[in-house]
Design a protein around this ligand. Structure first.
Ligand SMILES: C[S@@+](CC[C@H](N)C(=O)[O-])C[C@H]1O[C@@H](n2cnc3c(N)ncnc32)[C@H](O)[C@@H]1O
Length: 592
C-alpha cells in the first residue's frame, strides 16, 4: 500500500455545506426543518443552485486542477526513495514505491524518469531480482539515461547478467526447476455449468418476490464446499493506495515492473498490453480526471464513474448507439441467469449491469441531492477535460444520457459493488491478513441477497474472478444468501438492522434477525463428540501461514464438518468454521 490521494475537504464535505444552506433557505418557507416538504423543497432549491452559479465556486473549493507530469515532484519522490534505500536504512520496498511515484510524475524521456528507473534497478539488484534489474536498466536507457552516469549503470548491468547466469547455472546443476508447489490452485464449479451461463452451476435460478426483489434459488440440494458461481467482473477499480504497487488494469502486484500512463500521474501498468487495454476500456475518459476523482471522492463515486466509462466502451464508444439501445431495452426481460453468455456481446453484458438495483424510490431527498451533486461534479470534470466534452456539448440527448448514467451508477454501486481481496503477509506477526485491493462489479453475484446468517462465502481468485462457495447445506428450493458485512455472531440485531436499512434500504427479516440469534460468545455449543473433535486453533494457526498444500488437505475436512453441523445452526462452532472455511479458501487459491 501507499499514501491515499484523498484530501480532508472533499466533495462530501462540500455537499454538506451546500445542503445546510439550502435547508436553511427552505426552512424559511416551512416551520419544520425535517419535514418531508422542507426536504423536497430543499432538493428543488439544491438542484437550481448547483446547476447555475455555484458550480464555479465548487470547483474552486475542491481545488480542481488538471493533472500533469512534473519533473520537480519526480525528483522529490526519488530523493525520498534514496533516503529509504540508503545502506543504513535498507527499506527497499518502501524505496521502490517512491521510485514508482517518481516514475509516474516524470515526463517521458526525461532524466528524472531515467534516474528513477536506474534507482529501481539498484533495489532490484539488492533484492536479487536480476531480470527485473536488467529490465529497469533498459527502461532507464530508453529514457535518455545521462552519459555522465553511464559507467555506474554498465557495471550494475554486468553484475546482474553475471548473477542471472549463476542462478540459471545453479538451477541446471540442481537438475532443472522444481515443480512449483505454491502455484495458485484452480477452483472449479462443483456441478455442471449451465449451457447458457457456464459461470454458474445449472441448478441456480433467478426468482422474484415482493419481499426480496430478485433473488437466487437452487433447484437441487447444495452442500457446504460446493462452488456454485465463478464470475468474471464487468469492471474493476484498483484502490488508489495500491497505485504504486499493482497494475491499474490486471491488478497483479508488479512493484518492479510498473510503467506510467503518459497522460496522468495515477495509473501505472505492468505492460504495454495492459496499458492499451485499460485505455480502450475506461482510461481514455478517466485519464484527465482520475487524480482529482481520488482527491475529492472515496471509492464508491470513482467506481460509479468506472462503471459508466466501461459501459460506454461496451458500445464501442458510440453514445448514440448506447442511447438507442437503452431506450429500446425492456429492463424487466434482462436476466443474467437465462441470458446466453456464450454468445453475449459487451452490450448484452452491460445490460445486466444497467439493471442492477438502485433503490431509487427508497432514497430520501438528502440522499438524492447528494447523488445528484456527485453526478454533477463528475459530469463537469469529464465534460471539461475528456473527449466526452464535445459529444455532450453538441447534443443535449447525449449530455442527458451521460448525466443519467452517472446518477444511476452512483446508486447501483453502493448496493451491488463487491470487494476483491488478497492475502498480505505481516512479517512481524508472521501471518497473512486478508486485505481489500480493488472494487468490482459482478452482475450475477449481485443478484444474491443478504442474510445475517449467510449460507455462502465469496472468495477472490488469482485472476480477479470471484467464486461463491456454499458454507452450509441449502435444501432444494432454498435461497442463496450472502453476507453484506453484518453477521449475527458479531453485531447485535438492532445495530445490524439499522445499518442494513441505511446502507441497503431494506429491513432485514432473516432467520437470525427474526429469531434473535445470540452473539458469538453466547451461542450454545455442539456436542462435538458425535462429529469428532476439531482443533480450530490449530487449523487457524496452519492456515494463517498460507500454505496451499495444507489448505488443499483441509478443504474436504472443513466442508464435511460444515455439513455435519449445518442442521444445528446456530452454534458456537458454526461461525468459527465459517471463518476457517473462508481463510482456507483464500489459502487454497493463493492469490498473492
Ligand atoms: C445486491 S442487491 C441483491 C439483489 C436485489 N434483490 C435485486 O433485486 O436486484 C442488494 C439489494 O437487494 C435487496 N435485499 C438484499 N437482501 C435482502 C433481504 N434479506 N431482504 C430484502 N431485501 C434484500 C435490497 O434492496 C438491497 O439493497
Amino acid at each position: 500500500m501507499c499514501d491515499s490521494l484523498e484530501e480532508k475537504f472533499g466533495a462530501w464535505e462540500l455537499f454538506e455545506e451546500v445542503w445546510e444552506r439550502v435547508v436553511d433557505t427552505a426552512t424559511e418557507k416551512e416551520v419544520n426543518k425535517n419535514s418531508p416538504n422542507t426536504l423536497f423543497e430543499a432538493l428543488k432549491l439544491f438542484r437550481n443552485e448547483i446547476t447555475t452559479t455555484h458550480l464555479t465556486e465548487c470547483r474552486l473549493k475542491l481545488k480542481l486542477s488538471t493533472d500533469g507530469k512534473d519533473n520537480i515532484k519526480a525528483d522529490h519522490a526519488r530523493a525520498m526513495g534514496n533516503v529509504l534505500f540508503h545502506p543504513k536504512v535498507k527499506r527497499y520496498i518502501e524505496a521502490v514505491k517512491r521510485y514508482n511515484e517518481s516514475i509516474s510524475f516524470s515526463e517521458k524521456g526525461s532524466e528524472a524518469r531515467a534516474l528513477a528507473y536506474a534507482n529501481r534497478s539498484a533495489v532490484c539488484y539488492e533484492l536479487h531480482q536480476y531480470q527485473e534489474c536488467l529490465d529497469n536498466i533498459r527502461l532507464a536507457r530508453e529514457s535518455n539515461y545521462p552519459a555522465r552516469l553511464v559507467d555506474k549503470l554498465n557495471k550494475r548491468e554486468k553484475a546482474a547478467r553475471d548473477a542471472l547466469e549463476d542462478v540459471v547455472r545453479g538451477k541446471k546443476n540442481a537438475g532443472g526447476s522444481e515443480p512449483d508447489v505454491d502455484a495458485p490452485k484452480q477452483l472449479s464449479l462443483s456441478y455442471d455449468g449451465s449451457h447458457l451461463v457456464p459461470q454458474a452451476v445449472n441448478c441456480l435460478e433467478l426468482q422474484t418476490s415482493e419481499e426480496f426483489g430478485r433473488f437466487v434459488a437452487t433447484t437441487r440440494d447444495l452442500k457446504a464446499g460446493d462452488v456454485v458461481i465463478i464470475e468474471k467482473p464487468f469492471c474493476t477499480l484498483l484502490l488508489d493506495v495500491y497505485r504504486l504497487v499493482r497494475c491499474d488494469f490486471c491488478h497483479q502486484e508488479r512493484l518492479f515492473n510498473l510503467i506510467p500512463c503518459e497522460g496522468c500521474t495515477v495509473a501505472m501498468y505492468c505492460s504495454e498490453e495492459c496499458m492499451t487495454q485499460a485505455y480502450q476500456r475506461y482510461h481514455r475518459y478517466e485519464c484527465p480526471v482520475i487524480r482529482d476523482m481520488w482527491r475529492i471522492f472515496t471509492k464508491i463515486p470513482v467506481m460509479a464513474m468506472r462503471t459508466v466509462t466501461t459501459g460506454i466502451a461496451s458500445f464501442d464508444h458510440n453514445l448514440h448507439d448506447m442511447r438507442k439501445h437503452l431506450q429500446d431495452m425492456d429492463e424487466s426481460k434482462v436476466d443474467g441467469f437465462t441470458m446466453d453468455w456464450t454468445k453475449a456481446t459487451p452490450r448484452d453484458v452491460y445490460e445486466t449491469v444497467h439493471v442492477l438495483i438502485t433503490n431509487y424510490e427508497k432514497r430520501d431527498p438528502k440522499d438524492l441531492a447528494h447523488r445528484t451533486f456527485f453526478a454533477i461534479i463528475i459530469y463537469d470534470l469529464l465534460v471539461a477535460r475528456s473527449e466526452l466534452g464535445p459529444e455532450c456539448n453538441n447534443d443535449p440527448d447525449i449530455s442527458s444520457l451521460v448525466m443519467q448514467l452517472l446518477l444511476k451508477h452512483l446508486q447501483t454501486t453502493p448496493m451491488n459493488m463487491h470487494s476483491q481481496y488478497y492475502m498480505d503477509y505481516q512479517p512481524e506477526e508472521k501471518l497473512y491478513e486478508i486485505m481489500n485491493y480493488a472494487s468490482a462489479c459482478f452482475p450475477l453475484l449481485s443478484m444474491i441477497n443478504h442474510s445475517c446468517a449467510p449460507n455462502l462465502t465469496r472468495v477472490t481468485l488469482h485472476d480477479g474472478r470471484c467464486a461463491a462457495v456454499i458454507s452450509r447445506p441449502i435444501s432444494k428450493g432454498g435461497q442463496l444468501y450472502d453476507n453484506y458485512g453484518q453477521h449475527h455472531s458479531l453485531m447485535p440485531v438492532r445495530e445490524r438492522r439499522a445499518k442494513l436499512l441505511t446502507q441497503y434500504k431494506f429491513l432485514c427479516n432473516c432467520e437470525a434477525c427474526v429469531n434473535n440469534y445470540p452473539l458469538y460468545n453466547e451461542l450454545p455449543s455442539i456436542n462435538v463428540s458425535r462429529y469428532g473433535l476439531i482443533d480450530s486453533a490449530d487449523i487457524h494457526a496452519q492456515l494463517v501461514l498460507h500454505q496451499p498444500k495444507i489448505a488443499a488437505e483441509l478443504l474436504p475436512k472443513l466442508s464435511q464438518y460444515l455439513n455435519n453441523i449445518g442442521h444445528q445452526y446456530p452454534r458456537y462452532e458454526c461461525p468459527i468454521l465459517e471463518i476457517l472455511q473462508s481463510l482456507n479458501l483464500f489459502a487454497y487459491v493463493l492469490i498473492i
